[in-house]
Design a protein around this ligand. Structure first.
Ligand code: ADP
Ligand code: MG
Length: 422
């Protein structure tokens, strides 16, 4: 297939003059080379499809198109300004022939369509964005340009334009408090299984935020996390979100047995419940960060409404040892938390639960057990923070430590074989 450099320079000729293409073995019009190549690729594939009458022809097309992309990618590295020009050219051409866009992006996903329609987004840019996980206007608008640049490899001018256009389409900017109120009135919530605990949260755990449960060992953090994975799958009218869960386990304490018990406690088919929990074991902090980045791509596809990170900073604490590493550790945790927070901006229907240990340094925090590990970074990163402690027997006490709109109350709940209850 022809490389982008050939396409862009168009060889020798001026506008309107033919350019002989070695691959197609025919003349192309300058300015239409790219489009004509696509048509050629499609024609070739159709021919093959008839011959083979199998699915493999689709792959053939994909690989041909892939090569075009690769060619474009090389070109983009050479000169960033050219990308915009090239992309604009692509867009014009694809617009005039809507069929040709279908050749490349089979995904009818509306979000991707919206990204594709951003000014200056050609197929090459689109592919890079999707590959890096930026497949919706929200994901572009809410992510810092530096991060988009690092992950997608696009130039900063292009990214600045994309962010500006996404923000304007999403109408991100000032709105009236009344609009915010209207939105918040309809916010969805997940029941915890305990009426008291739900009341502490103002009627269940709300979506669109990061909730942190922190406390000592055996205070119920992991149990609550398990229970929410079951409850999120309930229908809306029963306190669920009709959605699935993604569980990132950093401590090796996820137990499907508990999911089975909790499902049975609610008379649910445990096989179905287990199937709808996507599980990822994070073996170190880098792996944990990566899993969250990958999660962004799964949320829409797998109808994820709940993400659990149990626990948030365990790995960071054990990997970054010594005073010299503190600044780097806090910075990395901060970035990780912001990755999580951003997910709730991008997917307002999503609820994120993180668990956290309490600091076990009595010399530093003596007399104040309600100090979570991770310091201010974690405290500022989570929207709602709840401290858990043990009560009598199976009872546990949850204390609202920090929430933008909730009083600092307490709730008593219990952990039984059937899960969280009153
Ligand atoms: P952590 O806060 O350390 O994550 P967990 O959420 O794992 O603690 O809570 C562990 C506690 O949950 C146990 O001490 C026990 O009281 C309770 N628990 C765990 N499994 C069961 C069960 N099958 N039946 C009743 N209680 C259980
Ligand atoms: Mg635990």
């Amino acid at each position: 297939m022809a490389k982008a450099s050939e396409m862009n320079n168009g060889g020798q000729s001026g506008n309107g003059e033919p350019y002989f293409c070695k691959e197609c073995k025919r003349n192309h019009t300058k300015g239409k080379i790219y489009k004509e190549h696509l048509k050629f690729a499609r024609f070739e594939t159709d021919k093959k499809e008839i011959e083979e009458e199998s699915e493999s022809s689709e792959k053939g097309l994909e690989s041909e198109v892939e090569e075009i992309f690769e060619g474009l990618d090389e070109e983009e590295k050479e000169d960033e300004d050219d990308i915009i020009e090239l992309n604009e050219m692509e867009e014009e051409e694809l617009d005039s022939d809507p069929d040709s866009s279908k050749v490349i992006i089979n995904d009818a996903n509306m979000c991707v369509e919206a990204v594709k329609r951003l000014p200056g987004v050609g197929e090459a840019t689109l592919k890079k964005l999707i590959k890096a996980g930026f497949s919706s206007l929200e994901s572009i608008a809410y992510t810092p340009p530096k991060i988009i640049q690092n992950e997608s490899g696009l130039g900063d001018k292009t990214i600045a334009k994309l962010i500006k256009a996404s923000m304007s389409q999403l109408k991100i900017g000032f709105k009236s408090a009344e609009d915010v109120w209207e939105y918040r009135k309809n916010i969805s919530r997940i029941t915890t299984g305990s009426q008291e605990l739900d009341d502490l949260f103002g009627g269940g755990i709300e979506t669109g935020c990061v909730v942190e449960f922190f406390g000592e060992f055996r205070t119920g953090k992991t149990q609550i996390a398990h229970q929410l994975c079951v409850n999120v799958q309930l229908p809306m009218e029963d306190g669920g979100l009709d959605g699935n869960a993604l569980y990132i386990d950093t401590e090796g304490t996820f137990r499907p047995e508990r999911i089975v018990q909790m499902s049975e406690g609610l008379d649910l088919d445990h096989k179905k419940i287990l199937k709808n929990i996507i599980f990822g074991r994070a073996y170190n902090s880098d792996h944990q960060i990566l899993l969250i980045k990958e999660a962004a791509n799964l949320i829409k596809e797998k109808n994820i409404k709940l993400i659990i990170v149990d626990s948030l900073i365990g790995h960071f604490r054990s990997e970054y040892v010594g005073r010299g590493t503190l600044a780097t550790r806090q910075q990395t945790i901060n970035t990780h938390l912001h990755d999580l927070l951003r997910l709730t901006d991008i997917f307002p229907e999503l609820c994120i639960i993180v668990t956290n240990q309490v600091q076990s340094k009595p010399d530093v925090f003596y007399g104040n057990p309600t100090v979570a590990a991770g310091g201010n970074i974690v405290a500022h990163g989570s929207t709602i923070r709840v401290y858990l402690r043990k009560g009598k027997g199976e009872q546990r006490v949850a204390k609202m430590i920090d929430a933008p709109h909730l009083p600092e109350g307490e709730a008593v709940f219990s952990i039984t074989e059937n899960g969280i209850g009153d």
